[in-house]
Design a protein around this ligand. Structure first.
Ligand SMILES: Cc1ncc(COP(=O)(O)OP(=O)(O)O)c(N)n1
Ligand SMILES: Cc1nc(C(=O)O)sc1CCOP(=O)(O)O
Length: 547
């Protein structure tokens, strides 16, 4: 008989040395489990001898049993064997081999295994005796010795391991939890980033995020809420959206209706925190205002948390990125993920230097972005293709052989929307691809129009989140994440609303009699965005569903 699988949502691993000063370990454990938000507990004693470990584990087991929380012990098979048969064992890669542990513990005890690489995961799956895996370290941590930067997986690295644990054998999907540096700030990013189209972690395992708190019950409740929000979002398709039954005209109609709501939202204009190039900052701010949004151009790490409470969306544009704005982007991205706010990544000129490439990889590791927008050279560079060369921040020689395939593949890999800009713009969520033929070549003759498009995309997606909030859609009202309330299709429609508004306004501006060239085009573009009506989208959109 196999052991009954517990709910792995919030898996608490104890670490007595992290207790707040003067607090009793057992009272703290009782409090941590009292709210019903810890679903599994593991007693981890790195410095105790067998006798002390057994004493601690016995008392802890009485508390866990009272709260009906399944318990395991860390590493120590003899301690596990001295406890009732419901107590399981978690082992690491350097501990007793899994098959031997199973033999000694019998079929009924829960056994977990730590996995740090894809090979560890494949082995654990092949051995077939573990009940779950701990995948880590996702982030840096002080709670385990020897975790150097090169060992940190990041959510994207964890995703490969989760995939290896689950995709090769659907019959026996090995549940897993993410571990290492997980707390209220990193939880959502870690879960979203480690989730694939079919494969996903079952929860998070934490030491310090609960053990170091004086209110461990509240800490557990916060994590539980975040895991539940993510599970809800995943259950209706995550960021991958089914456009089944939708036509280009129904999507344009939805974008037009969203523009109506956006122009007169009861929630007021969304605040778009725009970390962008100093070349395009003023134009982006003016276009945000014209597009019924409020711009704030702060790069400051120090105010990311305060601003993160009130922003509606975020743009991370690497046009003139510096060491200071790089730190700011990390902090702003983290706050946006925490609040479930849409994040646009504009990887300006990413192919032009190794520094820019490193910045983009770091952003993608740190932040779950909602949309990546780039030209052919930028997206080729991120996808590791060499079809289109970079010429500074522009595309150089070459052309994409399969733009539809590229946006789809990249969207799947990065679990976000992808917009490829060019003569035809392609927008994809990893399943469907929309092709938009709107826009005027005059935008290519002014600087910063692409950066301003990033702001309009963020504003459009923020409008979709506001719409969901106003209409009370989604079962999880008042949840930590607005993207949970806005369903995936809404967010795509929000991005489409931003794209059509910019491209159609540019056509209208370029067609005006008072526009003589790029100089007079800029104010005309701002005016046309400010005056754009929802019906202009319906009348002007040239959109098709490419796939
Ligand atoms: C759920 C979970 N995952 C991973 C670990 C780490 O275990 P291990 O590799 O044995 O390292 P130590 O905990 O012994 O330092 C864990 N304990 N729990
Ligand atoms: C115990 C442990 N195992 C890890 C692994 O990667 O296997 S990381 C880790 C420490 C987790 O502590 P915190 O939640 O405080 O970061």
């Amino acid at each position: 008989m196999a052991p009954q699988q517990p709910n792995y949502a919030v898996y608490y691993v104890t670490g007595r040395d992290l207790l707040p000063p003067g607090v009793d370990f057992f009272q703290h454990l009782d409090k941590a489990l009292s709210g019903g938000h810890v679903s599994v507990v593991q007693i981890r004693e790195k410095d105790a001898d067998n006798g002390e470990f057994l004493e601690v584990a016995k008392k802890a087991h009485a508390i866990a049993a009272q709260h009906r929380v399944p318990m395991l012990v860390n590493d120590n098979l003899s301690v596990a064997l001295c406890l009732p048969p419901s107590v399981g064992l978690h082992i690491g890669q350097d501990d007793i081999p899994l098959p031997q542990a199973r033999k000694l513990l019998g079929p009924d005890r829960l056994i977990g295994i730590s996995v740090h690489t894809v090979d560890d995961a494949k082995r654990a799956l092949a051995e077939g005796v573990a009940d779950y895996a701990g995948v880590g370290p996702v982030y840096g941590t002080q709670s385990k010795a020897g975790i150097t930067d090169d060992k940190v997986l990041s959510p994207r690295g964890a995703a490969d391991i989760v995939d290896a644990l689950q995709s090769t054998n659907r019959e026996r999907r090995l549940p897993c939890v993410l571990i290492g540096g997980i707390n209220a700030q990193t939880c959502v990013r870690a879960l979203v980033g480690a989730t694939g189209l079919h494969n996903y972690p079952d929860g998070v395992a934490v030491v310090s995020a609960i053990q170091a708190r004086t209110d461990p019950d509240v800490a557990a409740a916060e994590l539980d809420e975040m895991v539940a929000s993510w599970q809800f979002r995943r259950s209706f398709g995550g960021s991958a959206i089914s456009l089944q039954g939708e036509t280009a005209s129904s999507l344009v109609q939805a974008a037009s209706s969203l523009l109506t709501l956006h122009r007169r939202s009861n929630l007021g204009p969304p605040l778009i925190q725009t970390l962008t190039s100093h070349v395009s900052s003023t134009l982006s701010a003016n276009i945000a205002l014209a597009f019924s949004s409020s711009p704030i151009m702060s790069h400051q790490e120090e105010e990311a948390a305060d601003l993160g409470r009130v922003t509606g969306g975020v743009v991370l544009n690497i046009g003139t990125i510096s060491a200071e704005s790089r730190r700011g982007m990390k902090a702003v991205g983290r706050e946006a993920n925490k609040g479930g706010k849409p994040v646009v990544l504009d990887p300006v000129g990413v192919g032009a230097s190794a520094f820019r490439k490193g910045c983009v990889q770091q952003i993608l590791n740190d932040t779950q972005v909602t949309l990546i927008k780039g030209n052919a050279a930028e997206l080729s560079s991120i996808a590791g293709l060499s079809e289109v060369a970079s010429r500074g921040v522009d595309s150089g020689a070459g052309s994409l052989s399969d733009p539809v395939g590229l946006v789809k593949k990249l969207a799947r890999k990065e679990k976000c929307l992808v917009l490829l800009t060019g003569k035809t713009d392609y927008l994809s969520d990893g399943r469907a691809v929309l092709a938009c033929e709107n826009g005027h070549p005059m935008v290519g003759r002014i600087t910063g129009s692409g950066c301003a498009l990033g702001v309009m995309l963020a504003a459009g997606m923020a409008a979709a989140c506001n719409k969901a909030k106003e209409e009370g859609e989604g079962a999880m009202r008042g949840s930590a994440s607005m993207l949970v309330d806005a369903n995936g299709k809404d967010v795509l429609v929000g991005a489409l609303m931003g794209l059509l508004s910019m491209t159609i306004a540019s056509e209208k501006a370029a067609g005006r009699g008072d526009v003589k060239g790029p100089g007079s085009f800029i104010p005309a573009l701002i005016d046309e965005i400010a005056n754009l009506r929802p019906e202009d989208l319906v009348q002007g959109a040239n959109l098709s569903v490419a796939e």
